[in-house]
Design a protein around this ligand. Structure first.
Ligand code: AMP
Ligand code: MG
Length: 417
């Protein structure tokens, strides 16, 4: 890795994200677990369907299974879900049938019950059913032996439903990735400390609990190493412990150019800096590096201390990197969901960095996607962020935007939503 930067001193967010992804070797250790515990995990081995889906031709409606095309049919029995009709229909015969029940042998269409009238056991239709109508065919969803989802998929709710329906009770998945999480700063006090006990200039360590909440929504095992002072010796001790007990280290604070910012120095001593400082606002002092250890290496993400910067860089850079580390296949990783929206307010911006402003986007009464920024856009202003549901992504070289301009918005996804 090299620490050389692109022109005007700052590497672009896109380049940084690609560098992260390219330099990460995914984990490979796998284990077999019950399907019910697999949501959010990455599939490590193929899973094959144990049967056809649907397993037999069955009815899409509550109604009557009919044999052939006739004016009247004689109803001779019923086929209920779980209780199939065991006989066979002759032309002009019908059975009562419920949704999901097997279509009796001989039946070639199903009429919904709303279209049926009766005279004793004689059935007439208000509209003739056509051949195949309301019949769900055996195997039209899945064939026996078919691979159900690609290896490297992050298992989601529809996957769970599909696998369960196809008779899969256990899956082999990659193990969760392990994070070591810590905050750095002499001014930080643990939440729970009474406000009256805070010294002059002290603040609560809000980043650590927020980052932890975010990681908990991903498949990440968290080692919370707490809060550390702005002392190189202590920081070295913390980083070494973090390195030895995790796949990646996530820090916040101490990564800028202040005289008490030691993150970068210690990272350089113990390992190597991949890059530091990006053309991103907020979040410029983001640092990425690696800490070599006896077996392999631990990734290092140094987030800026400002709380909005920490969350923005986590979302824009760390989470895509974790997706790669977790073993999610290249073609299974979700690109950020982006759309265009019309600005409801003007925005001041200087060219030079990609700006991720916090906004609220919605579809207005005319069906137009609109967005307004929320709160003062400072990297320390959390109240606006807390009201937002998207980032307004303003391109690096762009300047001010006016009301009515079309801009790119990135609706929040997990773990922000
Ligand atoms: P730093 O990156 O250490 O220069 O910190 C930048 C700003 O973020 C300062 O105002 C810090 O007080 C604040 N800050 C640093 N760490 C945290 C944290 N864990 N929680 C909340 N604010 C923090
Ligand atoms: Mg600091």
């Amino acid at each position: 890795m090299s620490d050389t930067c692109a022109e005007n001193g700052l590497r672009s967010v896109e380049t940084a994200k690609q560098m992260l992804i390219d330099s990460i070797i995914p984990i490979t250790e796998a284990k077999t677990i019950p399907l019910g515990e697999a949501c959010g995990k990455v599939l490590a081995e193929p899973v094959l369907a144990a049967l056809d889906l649907p397993p037999c031709d069955n009815s899409a409606m509550d109604g009557y299974a009919l044999c052939g095309d006739f004016e009247r049919y004689t109803v001779i029995g019923k086929s209920l879900a779980g209780h199939p009709f065991t006989g066979s229909l002759e032309p002009g015969q019908a059975t009562r049938i419920t949704t999901g029940a097997a279509v009796p042998s001989g039946a070639d269409r199903v009429q919904m019950q709303e279209n049926c009238t009766f005279d004793g056991d004689q059935l007439s239709q208000s509209r003739a059913a056509v051949p195949g109508e309301n019949i769900r065919r055996r195997g039209e969803d899945v064939h026996t032996g078919q691979s159900l989802i690609p290896v490297g998929s992050k298992i989601k709710v529809p996957h769970i439903a599909l696998l369960a329906a196809a008779g899969v009770a256990e899956v082999t998945v990659l193990r969760p990735i392990k994070a070591a999480l810590l905050s750095i700063g002499d001014e930080l006090k643990p939440i729970g400390t009474p406000a009256s006990e805070l010294g002059d200039g002290d603040i609560y360590d809000s980043n650590r609990i927020a980052l932890k909440a975010a990681l908990e929504q991903l498949d990440v095992e968290i080692l919370d190493l707490g809060c550390w002072p702005d002392e190189p010796g202590k920081i070295r001790e913390a980083f070494a412990h973090a390195r030895d007990n995790a796949d990646f280290v996530l820090t916040s604070g101490g990564v800028s150019v202040g005289e008490a910012d030691y993150t970068k120095t210690v990272l350089q001593e113990l390992g190597e800096i991949g890059f530091w400082k990006l053309a991103i606002k907020p979040g410029k002092p983001f640092a990425f590096g690696k800490l070599p250890k006896e077996k392999g290496e631990t990734l290092f993400f140094g987030l800026p201390g400002n709380p909005v910067s920490a969350i923005v860089t986590l979302y824009q850079l760390v989470i895509p990197a974790l997706d790669k580390l977790s073993g999610t296949a290249d073609d299974q990783r979700q690109p950020p969901l982006q759309t265009r929206a019309r600005l409801l307010n003007g925005i001041r911006k200087k060219p030079g960095r990609t700006d991720f402003q916090r906004g609220f986007t919605y579809c207005d009464n005319d069906g137009i996607q609109v967005v307004e920024t929320r709160g003062v856009q400072g990297s320390h202003i959390l109240s606006g962020f807390a009201q937002a549901n998207c980032f307004v992504v303003l391109p690096r070289e762009g300047g001010d935007c006016e009301t009515g301009d079309w801009v790119t918005v990135e609706p929040f996804n997990a773990p922000l939503r």
